[in-house]
Design a protein. Structure first.
Lengths: 357, 502, 361
């Protein structure tokens, strides 16, 4: 230890990594937006129930977006998630309506999701087919199978599960007093708990397990990952398996929320999930992304829709136009932030090189 | 102890479609030695390394590794790591989005969870013992390339490997960093690690290695102890012919052209990457930019060509004021530029040799005037034979050629535009000695034909042989200009180092 | 020797088209076995009194027109930018809405108004194309992400253009564009595709677009240092895709004589990308073949028509389509290809060895 130590006296904080930076931006914007909505629109936005409703309505989307984030961190894409979700909903409803068992239905949901994940993973990582095409075919297959199962909407008629659906967690102190003077407690559906659990589990996987870090390495530079001794094929395979599994869970949660199977279930969920991930700071190029960011990305996306509706723009096209505008805002912002950072890094490199010369 | 072998490879063969890359090659590595693996481009060095590290599967042959029972089966880089083989490649093979510590520990060890705190602590210790200026928690992308290379070595050191492979690790390092690397290598050697060192720099081999194995055309030439093999003989073994060619350069003379007309003149030229500088070059003159890596030599010529965003300055071409801010404008004014990084900036790998050769000429002719097929074929044939480019046909993809031939294709591309002023940034880096000489000769021939040439090379010797004027840079400033009698190795070194320049 | 080389070159060129050709062959054989009359072409009088060609084959070629036109543009974007535009369906809805708005706005619909309307919708589509192109080339955003924006809000913009209604147009000229020109037995959309193919061929012939696009797609940095304006080439690919979008949009509108912003060319972006991939083009950019993509478009349409002919309901088609797609891409996957080449190499090697042995004797 004779050298003047370059690394140990570092007590100052490291600059944020790309992942952290993009996530921080999203979280800040979400809170700013929500605060603004509370100030300007008031009403529902002042009640905690507004947030609970957002979560209740979008639990499935959150779960699906988590899976997609994992795939995107690994440098892939999975556009089958919406299709798989809808197939799971339809299969479970049909099975349960034929006097099915609740637990078997859960296994069915997981099994369908897993099967899609495994097939996608095999085709993408072991046969080296482009993930977009594979999962596109997966989406076609899932959507097609849904209508083959039933073209007509099916209402869930299983007593046990309907009873379970009715279970809501009530939090009185987060409720509000309705016009007639009754206290309406804050209500959270079970699906939200499942979604939060998924977020936590995926967060832990990404942050603390070898597998999770390998996802980042794979997305950062596939060639390097291989040279560093990572089993690239298996790692990529796992991203798709996780995504498939989460789509299965999302399907079950979706069914708990809507209580019906419909061929158009979760229509466009894949694009909403991609949008959520992007807003949350995940890059399609891979290697950068975070589940907490995705969680807030989903909330941001759904909140803006709510704000549009609440502010009186009831026409359906306003929602998609504001969503588009917000996507544009986030995408351009990220592009500018990251390219600035690159320039900054390049400059630093120059100066350090000069010091040596 | 010193004769205990740690790695034995026998009869290794590897076939690629159409090429026999390795033919029954033997290689032996002993404990605690630094063993140079030498050969020209395409001799099979990288293939042998990649077979050893499990990137390629071998067609025939056996590998024994000390500590591995029986024959070693290496099918993936992971197998190689487990067998105690660590590799540092020429290109950085780390993940830029992860932290330094993570890059040192990812892909290793057992267990489900990562021990982040542990890793960061251990990484910090290793980085500081090796005196590498990086922090464990820093994102790798924010380190300079040299530091990234050092991190890769730190990773290898920490693996307690038995065999360490260094595949051209020095090509992006400056002298000081090379010395740091060498002391590190000697340290590891004293701990009994066997090191395989692949490089193109002969001096470095003689500075640090104990033994040399020479390959040629995928075959083993022989294994030699360093004292028994003079440098000249090594070169002839690698090339498979005598060194007469080395002396053939005498037919050309460096001429002082300072009296000739000025081809290109820049005043206060600056770009996003370079500081403002003045520069002029005369007709038929060969000049060079020299300086350490990062001294701004490449950035300066990039500014001349408009490769980086030009931020200011006046430029005259043949006495007339011109406006050059983008490559296209430079080309239109008769400037050609062979970039430093052939793979990244030079070749278009998936296009044919023909298309790569005509690319620049086509761009100069314009979007609405495509060359006829017959013209393209004619030009391609002409330059393939003029520069003796070794390619199966003109429709072969350029990416499948060897490095030296790729470089010739890019040269052909610029010669075809008949430039008045040609900039060659490291045209001889990473290519074999035979081609190096051809390129040097070509430069002098161009000068005879009144083309002005700027020639940049990391090897000062090479520049002294070709250039009649050297511009020396330090810290992104021009610190000296050497001509005539000043063109000696010592004088160049002195000027680069500072002190009493010229 | 040169004969052999030529033959090898040819096989190399065809190599990329192998998958769509095999798919075509399989579909034809399958249909021949299933129902030979599938391919019968007949002439008949249609309700406007024209003698026209009819039959499954005609309806396949006709029905794939929009897909084929879009596949041309998508191939260019894919090659130059290494990514795909997922907003083509939405953009086509916008283009179609503009077309309808102008045609309906005109006092009387004659050839000139239709041409003007087409030009206007072309300009609009090119503007939206440039918007995508700017995001991709200037802000360096991945094409799929950049076009996700227009994908999200494009159909809403189309809705807004015509004030939320699904207006119809009725004019002999537009109906001729959508079906048949009096006296010509070939469906007009097919003719339009042919014209587009010829136009693009001329474009490649008289400009260096192909070389530039490939160079940019393979190695952007090298392309820039050779004086190619890479931003411009990427932007141009999106603008050309815009032209294709407007043509496809107009065909779609004229076929139905109305614009439904929700359903016009719905999900066509997925089919278009699929056509490009089946055509053997690398979705990561670089070298490309337009002919492959067009062939891919016809394969997809033939598959759909075959399934319909087998009485598969239109909603279920997707599932069967998926299976065929997976089969195709598995055959075309790099791993299977490598395995195949290796087998072939072994065979050839064995042959050579045998020949060598003979000579030795």
């Amino acid at each position: 230890m004779t050298v003047k130590n370059a690394s140990l006296p570092q007590k100052r904080r490291e600059p944020l990594t790309d992942t952290q930076l993009l996530m921080t931006i999203t979280i800040c914007i979400f809170f700013a937006m929500y605060a603004l909505a509370m100030l300007l629109l008031g009403g529902g936005f002042l009640r905690p129930q507004q947030i609970f409703d957002l979560l209740n309505d979008n639990a499935a989307l959150i779960i699906v977006a988590c899976g997609l984030t994992v795939v995107m961190i690994g440098g892939g894409i999975d556009i089958s998630v919406g299709g798989v979700t809808s197939l799971v909903v339809m299969s479970c409803v049909l099975y349960l309506n034929n006097d099915g068992n609740m637990f078997v239905a859960m296994l069915l949901a997981l099994g369908i999701g897993l099967a899609f994940g495994v097939v996608h993973g095999l085709l993408v990582s072991y046969l080296e087919i482009q993930p977009f095409i594979v999962t596109l075919a997966g989406m076609f297959f899932a959507r097609g199978m849904t209508t083959i199962l039933s073209v007509n909407p099916q209402k869930l008629a299983h007593e046990g599960l309907n009873a379970l659906r009715a279970v809501k967690i009530e939090i009185p102190w987060l409720g509000y007093i309705a016009k007639n003077g009754n206290l309406i407690p804050g209500r959270i559906e079970l699906g939200v708990l499942v979604a939060l659990l998924c977020v936590v589990v995926v967060f832990l996987i990404l942050k603390y397990t070898r597998l999770g870090r390998n996802f980042y390495a794979l997305g950062g530079n596939q060639q390097s990952a291989l040279m560093l001794g990572i089993n690239v094929k298996r790692t990529r395979f796992m991203t798709f398996v996780i995504s498939g599994l989460l789509s299965g869970i999302a399907g079950f949660v979706f069914m708990m929320h809507t209580g019906a199977g419909n061929a158009t279930n979760a229509a466009g969920a894949e694009m909403n999930a991609i949008a959520s991930s992007i807003i949350g700071g995940t890059l399609l190029t891979g290697g950068v992304g975070n589940i907490i960011g995705t969680f807030f990305g989903t909330l941001t996306l759904t909140t803006i829709k709510k704000i549009v509706v609440t502010s009186g723009l009831k026409d359906p096209w306003w929602q998609s136009i504001t969503t588009g505008a917000m996507l544009l805002f986030f995408i351009v912002l990220q592009s500018v932030v990251l390219s600035n950072r690159e320039k900054h890094n390049a400059k630093k490199k120059d100066s350090s090189a000069v010091k040596k010369g | 102890m010193p004769n205990e072998t740690v790695l034995t490879m026998r009869g290794i063969s590897k076939q690629f479609p159409g090429v026999r890359a390795l033919n029954k090659v033997d290689f032996t590595l002993r404990k605690g030695e630094i063993h140079a693996l030498m050969g020209e481009n395409g001799a099979g060095k990288s293939t042998l390394i990649k077979v050893l590290t499990g990137v390629y599967g071998k067609d025939a042959g056996t590998i024994w590794i000390d500590g591995v029972e029986g024959e070693a089966h290496i099918h993936s880089p992971q197998d190689a790591q487990n067998a105690g083989i660590a590799t540092v490649y020429q290109e950085i093979t780390l993940c830029p989005n992860l932290t330094v510590a993570e890059n040192m520990y990812i892909g290793r060890g057992e267990g489900l969870l990562v021990k982040r705190k542990d890793y960061e602590k251990k990484a910090g210790e290793i980085l500081s013992t090796l005196n590498i200026p990086a922090r464990p928690k820093q994102q790798l992308a924010s380190c300079s390339l040299a530091v990234q290379q050092m991190v890769a070595i730190a990773r290898a050191v920490d693996m307690n490997c038995k065999v360490l492979i260094l595949d051209e690790p020095t090509s992006s390092l400056d002298d000081k960093e090379v010395q740091m690397l060498f002391s590190l290598m000697r340290d590891l050697k004293s701990r009994g690690v066997g090191i395989i060192f692949v490089t193109h720099f002969l001096e470095q081999v003689y500075e640090v290695c104990d033994r040399i194995t020479v390959l040629r055309n995928g075959e083993l030439v022989g294994e030699y102890v360093i004292e028994d093999l003079p440098q000249v003989q090594l070169v002839s073994l690698m090339m498979g012919k005598d060194l007469d060619e080395l002396n053939n350069m005498s037919g050309f003379e460096r001429k002082d052209k300072s009296a000739a007309e000025v081809t290109y003149e820049a005043e206060n030229l600056s770009s996003e990457a370079s500081k403002a500088f003045d520069f002029r070059i005369h007709k038929g003159e060969v000049n060079g930019f020299t300086g350490l890596l990062g001294s701004g030599r490449s950035e300066s010529v990039r500014a001349i060509f408009g490769a980086d965003k030009v931020t200011g300055g006046k430029v005259k071409m043949n006495g007339k004021s011109v406006h050059i801010t983008k490559p296209y404008e430079a080309m239109k004014n008769g400037i050609g530029y062979l970039p430093e990084d052939r793979k990244r900036d030079g070749i278009v790998a998936d296009l044919s040799v023909r298309e790569n050769i005509i690319l620049a000429l086509q761009v100069m002719k314009g979007f609405f005037k495509p060359l006829s097929r017959a013209d393209m074929e004619k030009f391609a044939d002409e330059y393939i034979s003029a520069l003796s480019i070794k390619t199966a046909s003109k429709d072969t993809l350029v990416g499948s050629l060897s490095g030296g031939n790729q470089q010739k294709v890019i040269l052909a591309r610029w010669l075809l535009t008949h430039p008045d002023y040609l900039i060659l940034d490291e045209p001889t880096r990473g290519i074999d000695i035979g081609t190096k000489l051809e390129i040097q000769k070509l430069v002098l021939k161009l000068a005879e034909e009144n083309v002005s040439v700027t020639f940049i090379s990391s090897e000062i010797e090479e520049m002294l042989r070709t250039c009649s004027r050297l511009i020396v840079m330090r810290d992104r400033n021009i610190v000296g200009e050497l001509t005539g009698d000043q063109l000696t190795q010592t004088q160049v070194m002195k000027t680069i180092a500072g002190g009493e320049a010229s | 020797m040169s004969e052999m080389k030529k033959a090898m070159k040819k096989s190399g060129n065809i190599g990329q088209l192998m998958i769509p050709l095999i798919a075509f062959g399989l579909l034809i054989v399958f249909n021949l076995i299933r129902d030979p009359s599938f391919f019968s072409i007949e002439t008949k009088l249609n309700n406007t009194g024209n003698t026209v060609l009819a039959g499954n084959l005609i309806s396949i070629i006709n029905g794939a027109s929009e897909l084929a036109v879009l596949a041309i543009g998508m191939t260019l974007v894919t090659a130059a930018c290494g990514g795909q535009d997922i907003s083509v369906g939405a953009a086509a809805a916008i283009a179609g809405s503009v077309f309808v708005k102008i045609v309906r706005g005109a006092a009387d619909v004659n050839g000139l108004t239709v041409i003007l309307a087409f030009l206007a919708c072309c300009v609009v589509a090119m503007i939206f194309g440039s918007f995508n192109g700017m995001l991709v080339s200037v802000f360096r955003i991945q094409p799929m992400i950049a076009t996700l924006i227009l994908y999200t809000c494009g159909r809403s913009i189309a809705y807004w253009i015509n004030g939320g209604a699904t207006p119809t147009i009725s004019s002999p000229i537009t109906s001729a564009i959508g079906s048949f020109i009096p006296g010509v037995p070939i469906p007009t959309p097919v003719i339009i595709v042919a014209v587009m193919v010829i136009l693009f061929n001329l474009l490649f012939r008289f400009t260096t677009l192909r070389l530039y696009t490939q160079a940019v797609g393979i190695n952007q940095s090298a392309a820039r240092l050779n004086g190619i304006n890479t931003t411009m080439i990427k932007l141009l690919s999106f603008i050309l895709l815009g032209v294709c979008v407007s043509v496809a949009g107009c065909i779609g509108v004229c076929r139905l004589q109305l614009i439904n912003h929700e359903t016009l060319l719905l999900d066509i972006e997925m089919d278009t990308i699929l056509a490009v991939a089946i055509g053997g083009n690398n979705l990561g950019g670089g070298k490309f073949r337009i002919s492959g993509s067009i062939l891919g478009a016809y394969v997809i349409q033939m598959l759909t028509t075959t399934l319909y002919a087998m009485k598969v309901s239109s909603t279920d088609v997707k599932a069967y389509k998926a299976i065929v797609i997976i089969l195709l891409v598995v055959i075309g996957s790099p791993v299977v290809k490598r395995w195949f080449t290796k087998k072939m190499g072994n065979l050839r090697g064995a042959g050579l060895r045998r020949a060598g042995a003979k000579e030795g004797v």
